[in-house]
Design a protein around this ligand. Structure first.
Ligand code: BMA
Length: 309
């Protein structure tokens, strides 16, 4: 039997998890999870995915001085008042924030008959601009790279039809093309923990060794129950569709009560991480579609998890 080194020591959960719960939200809210954090003007800001008791979604902004203790701003983020956006009612979720220059781009999923990805931007987290849809129907996860690659905006996306991670590029954030598969879901490409489907988590991290990409993998139990894990891979800096290595084991899997038991049991779902100047990483993740949590690691440990087999 092949001996696989355990990746459990890569990530350490914050002892005071969950860091944000529905009690902190001033409106009807049964869960706050899969939210996305960035550093902005020396502060930490997070766009929260909140879910009302009527199952409708809304986004709010939370603030923190240190990334651990959070307070929630009063107002709900106003969403675009366009006919095409109104079609989705209040079914939008899983924001992912990427800073490019002085603009923060927020990709998120809109769900009506099917899921499609949308884009908003902000420079100050007070007012938000609607940028339009990034995909047609059939996509649930898109995250932008923090810089243009070979002169083009670049994103990772997940077509639901194949449940795998693809790369797509655009000259203007409007017209997308040059799609290439990056990593297929499956036992041999990822491992049993990514057998059913996979999708990108937060903004890819540039390192000297390549793009460090955190992604989720979904395992099926008894053919019907889903278990969500978090893993890492490393891809080529010049051609991020070229995988250098996929970490064998997940770095985070549902184990704590708040991950095992919530509105969707057995889910850890990260949409963002903050890389500090000293190389430490705050990995924010949603737990069981109910709570917002934090785990800590470093870029070096994540690289080790991706490269060590
Ligand atoms: C995915 C998304 C996530 C959710 C996960 C587990 O398809 O909808 O928002 O956390 O399922 O329910």
């Amino acid at each position: 039997m092949a001996r696989v080194l355990s990746k459990k020591r890569i990530v350490r959960r914050y002892a005071k998890n969950p860091i944000i719960t529905n009690d902190m939200i001033p409106y009807s809210c049964r869960g706050v999870y899969n939210s996305s954090a960035v550093k902005y003007n020396g502060k930490y800001l997070m766009i929260l995915r909140c879910e009302g008791y009527n199952l409708l979604d809304y986004f709010m902004v939370a603030e923190s001085a240190d990334g651990y203790d959070w307070s929630v701003r009063r107002d709900i983020i106003p969403m675009p008042d366009t006919e095409e956006f109104r079609h989705f009612g209040h079914n939008y979720y899983d924001p992912r924030i990427t800073r490019i220059g002085d603009t923060y781009y927020i990709t998120f999923c809109c769900h009506a008959e099917e899921a499609r990805m949308a884009l908003m931007s902000t420079k100050n987290f007070e007012s938000f601009q609607w940028e339009g849809f990034l995909t047609g129907a059939g996509y649930r996860n898109t995250v932008l790279f923090p810089e243009k690659i070979n002169g083009l905006y670049t994103a990772l996306e997940r077509p639901n039809s194949v449940g795998s991670i693809w790369l797509t590029q655009s000259p203007d954030l409007v017209f997308w093309g040059k799609q290439k598969p990056v990593l297929w879901a499956g036992k041999h490409s990822v491992g049993v923990w990514g057998i059913k489907k996979i999708g990108p988590c937060g903004t890819p991290i540039r390192t000297k060794k390549g793009w460090l990409i955190i992604f989720h993998g979904v395992e099926t139990i008894c053919d019907y129950e889903y278990l969500y894990h978090t893993g890492v891979m490393l891809t080529d800096l010049k051609d991020p569709s070229r995988v250098i290595r996929v970490g064998t084991e997940p770095i985070l899997s549902p184990e704590m009560p708040y991950e095992l038991c919530g509105h969707a049991p057995n889910v850890v779902f990260s949409s963002s991480q903050i890389v500090e100047e000293d190389g430490s990483v705050k990995l924010y993740y949603g737990a069981s579609d109910r709570y917002q949590c934090l785990a800590e690691t470093t870029v070096d440990l994540l690289l080790e998890a991706a490269l060590e087999r």
